[in-house]
Design a protein around this ligand. Structure first.
Ligand SMILES: Nc1nc2c(ncn2[C@@H]2O[C@H](COP(=O)(O)OP(=O)(O)OP(=O)(O)O)[C@@H](O)[C@H]2O)c(=O)[nH]1
Length: 237
């Protein structure tokens, strides 16, 4: 078995979105999650960018296929077309900008309407390192999260604080939903058809919990990739 084939072995494939206003740090969060470093030359995203990473959640290998969307209003119609089939989302605001916090309800409505009512969303109050410039308190954001059935963390793409945790907590909640039968699951397909499930299993699985892949998984913990997505991935100033 080649190294590449081994590193592509996983138990579940979840589509994730990163949504929120422009400048909140979505691209930096994704970059920190995948590359484990701060992207200090980040410009506005045009359309969407794509990254993927395999993580270990409670002994299960989960491939996250993550779509980082542009926050600028002028790209809203493009980015909306990427919501379908998402199992999880990071909904990002900037703790130093009340404007980005005030926009959360609109993003939430879009996510639940265009992705799925079952989508698992974690609210991320990013730029936690800029506490001195804070405009949104932890308490009010955690109340908002509770009222809207969201998980909540304050994160820093700069220091890396809570970045991995945000993705892992979201994936763990989705796995819990699968176990309780809330999420639909498909086998060995990633096609995006109408009525598609939010969660996919690789072809090597015959039942949801019954069999594990025959391939080794020793190298999977750090498997990651980061790719530009066709012409929609370029950044502008
Ligand atoms: N201090 C600090 N700055 C951050 C953090 N995350 C992002 N930034 C900065 O915030 C700015 C915007 O970051 P991006 O990741 O490009 O924001 P975005 O949400 O992807 O923006 P769009 O692509 O326009 O939607 C950049 O100047 C980053 O350097 C953080 O955690 N702390």
């Amino acid at each position: 078995m080649s190294q590449t084939a081994m590193s592509e072995t996983y138990d579940f494939l979840f589509k994730f979105l990163v949504i929120g206003n422009a400048g909140t740090g979505k691209s930096c969060l994704l970059h920190q999650f995948i590359e484990k470093k701060f992207k200090d030359d980040s410009n506005h995203t045009i359309g969407v960018e794509f990254g993927s990473k395999i993580i270990n959640v409670g002994g299960k290998y989960v491939k996250l296929q993550i779509w980082d969307t542009a926050g600028q209003e002028r790209f809203r119609s493009v980015t909306r077309s990427y919501y379908r089939g998402a199992a999880g989302a990071l909904l990002v605001y900037d703790i130093t900008s009340r404007e980005t916090y005030n926009a959360l309800t609109n993003w939430l409505t879009d996510a639940r309407m265009l992705a799925s009512q079952n989508i698992v969303i974690i609210l991320c109050g990013n730029k936690k390192d800029l506490d001195a410039d804070r405009e949104v308190t932890f308490l009010e954001a955690s109340r908002f999260a509770q009222e809207n059935e969201l998980m909540f963390l304050e994160t820093s793409a700069l220091t890396g604080e809570n970045v991995e945790e945000a993705f892992v907590q979201c994936a763990r909640k989705i796995l819990n939903k699968i176990e309780s039968g809330v999420h639909t699951v498909a086998f060995g397909t990633q096609s995006l058809e109408p009525e598609e499930p939010e969660v996919f299993l690789p072809p090597s699985f015959s039942t949801l919990y019954g069999s594990r892949s025959l391939w080794g998984k020793e190298n999977l913990g750090c498997s990651a990739s980061w790719s530009k997505w066709h012409s929609k991935s370029y950044k502008s100033n």
